[in-house]
Design a protein around this ligand. Structure first.
Ligand code: KIV
Length: 272
């Protein structure tokens, strides 16, 4: 039985050269399955909006929805660290508001850390969160909450100037106290350079093989999401196909009146 993973284990894993395996989860049952399989951390991502709630992007996801799903994931988790995304505009307005909202994710949802998107623009907020006892995971590169500003889910840091800005942001997040940083959709060389420059681990998603760990959206990774999946995702199963085929058999069975036969009641063994 593995011990509960804590934020302090992240830096130690990097020091030992042990890669960190992280996946998203949105409900208690899936959290139980992923936890049992040995993931180090579960992210209650605001990708919830896209892969579960049917939105086109993560912008409409509310704090209440994140608290609701975080609490479910926590109920299904024993070992993995549970990190919850702070939704769009729940941490950008003021550090005080960020503290109150992170507090709700931890107190009502049971999150053990929060994740926030951005670099220089939110450094004061990250420092304030860490100062009051909220463990913070950073997120740089492709920032899904900025989809309307960027004009799509586009690969980032693809030129030397943007790569330098990303490195500076990563160093600033580390200095402000972030315990790990997600790097999304950037060139492998940038992932490698940033990972080498930091003492805290980088968790890549489409950021090459040299990050200190990887996070994927579980529904993409197991082929459960019935929509387009980014090319960097290795699919380990096609669960959506299994569900469709099973349900087709179910529909056929109901139409043909084929039902499971309940087991006959056990006859009591006579006592002498
Ligand atoms: O919301 C999410 O699932 C994420 C991952 C893509 C890192 O932020």
């Amino acid at each position: 039985m593995t011990a509960k993973v804590r934020t302090r284990d992240f830096r130690e894993k990097k020091r030992r050269g042990e890669r960190i395996a992280m996946l998203t989860a949105y409900d208690a049952n899936m959290a139980r399955l992923l936890d049992r399989a040995g993931v180090d951390a579960l992210l209650v991502g605001d990708s919830l909006g896209m892969v579960v709630l049917g939105f086109d992007n993560t912008v409409p996801v509310t704090l209440d929805a994140m608290i609701h799903h975080t609490a479910a994931v926590v109920r299904g988790t024993r070992h993995a660290l549970v990190v919850a995304d702070m939704p769009f505009l729940t941490y950008q307005a003021t550090p005080a508001e960020a503290v109150r909202n992170a507090g709700r994710l931890m107190q009502e949802g049971g999150a053990e850390a929060v994740k926030v998107e951005g670099g220089s623009a939110i450094i004061d907020t990250v420092r304030r969160l860490v100062d009051v006892g909220v463990p913070v995971m950073g997120h740089l590169g492709l920032l899904p909450q900025s989809v309307h500003q960027v004009g799509g889910f586009l690969r980032q840091a693809t030129n030397p100037r943007d790569a330098d800005i990303l490195l500076a942001d990563a160093l600033a997040l580390e200095e402000a106290g972030a315990f790990a940083i997600v790097l999304e959709s950037i060139p492998s060389e940038v992932g490698r350079t940033v990972s080498a420059a930091l003492a805290v681990p980088t968790i890549g998603i489409g950021a090459g093989p040299d990050c200190d760990g990887q996070v994927l959206v579980t529904n993409d990774m197991i082929g459960l999401f019935d929509g387009p999946v980014p090319s960097f995702v290795k699919q380990y199963a096609r669960v959506a196909d299994t569900v469709t085929a099973s349900v087709q058999s179910y529909v056929d069975d109901v139409k043909s009146r084929r039902y499971a036969r309940p087991a006959p009641p056990k006859t009591p063994t006579p006592t002498i």
